[in-house]
Design a protein. Structure first.
Length: 256
């Protein structure tokens, strides 16, 4: 995992195509299927710059956002000041989660689980969420699929251009591990018309459905549903994203 120091500066500009309001409302609809939405503490795990935290707080949840990047959280706090929403942000590695109390709902969006480099790291996250979940608390998260890593991300290069920044995103796939190493080169236009260059990089690893579901069960969760590509339909062979909804059925705090 990385602090994403360079990426954080351009993250919102480069992800402007993501409809965070729609995505937050999608999570809200999943929550309503399995739990009352009133008076819930919601943990936004790997919250990044706080865009989904803002949506969930606007929908009435008491939101705590956790991220491991000071730079990302700095931008999230600026949004909170602008919106006036009562969101609490904590800088933590999600593998070492440490809450002040129990949580009713945990969400983890935008392939943050894929940023974990091993099944053992995923287990640590699931164990931490279970430990701090209320009994029957919900855990909703998404992952990029093996199909996306092998066929879409793969060894491809993508470019993104806005008025102020040009980004070259180069992927390298390890076919033995389904891990994609991502190298990002940023070129930012300065006030004097010159361009400055900065770099960042990180990896994403894809996990099979069987691996994810076994870890959920091992860590005390009951799988409630899984959806393909931000729909309410089951995943297909060509789904690029799977959204999992699970319920905590063992009080993690009695299992440690």
């Amino acid at each position: 995992m990385s602090g994403y120091s360079a990426f954080a500066r351009y993250y919102d500009e480069l992800t402007a195509n993501i409809d965070y309001k729609r995505r937050g409302e999608y999570f809200h609809e999943i929550i309503k299927k399995f739990k009352s939405t009133k008076d819930n503490i919601l943990l936004d795990l790997a919250c990044g710059t706080g865009s989904i935290s803002e949506v969930m707080a606007g929908l009435g949840y008491d939101v705590v956002g956790v991220d491991n990047s000071d730079e990302m959280l700095g931008m999230a706090i600026e949004k909170k000041f602008d919106s006036g929403l009562n969101i609490q942000y904590l800088c933590q590695d999600m593998r070492k989660l440490d809450m002040f109390g129990t949580i009713d709902i945990t969400i983890c969006a935008l392939d943050s689980i894929n940023h974990l480099s091993s099944l053992n790291d995923v287990r640590k996250v699931f164990e931490g969420v279970a430990f701090f979940s209320e009994l029957n608390g919900l855990f909703i998260f998404d992952v990029n699929t093996l199909y996306k890593h092998r066929q879409v991300l793969a060894n491809n290069t993508f470019t993104y251009e806005t008025d102020n920044v040009y980004c070259v995103w180069e992927n390298t796939l390890d076919p033995d591990t389904d891990e994609v190493r991502m190298n990002l080169e940023f070129f930012e236009r300065e006030d004097n018309g010159m361009w400055s260059r900065s770099s960042d990089g990180f990896s994403e690893k894809a996990y099979s459905e069987d691996e994810i579901e076994k870890l959920l069960a091992d860590c005390g969760f009951e799988l409630l549903a899984k959806y393909g590509d931000d729909t309410f339909s089951p995943p297909a062979e060509t789904s690029q994203r799977i959204v999992y909804a699970a319920r905590c059925i063992r009080n993690g705090q009695t299992n440690y």
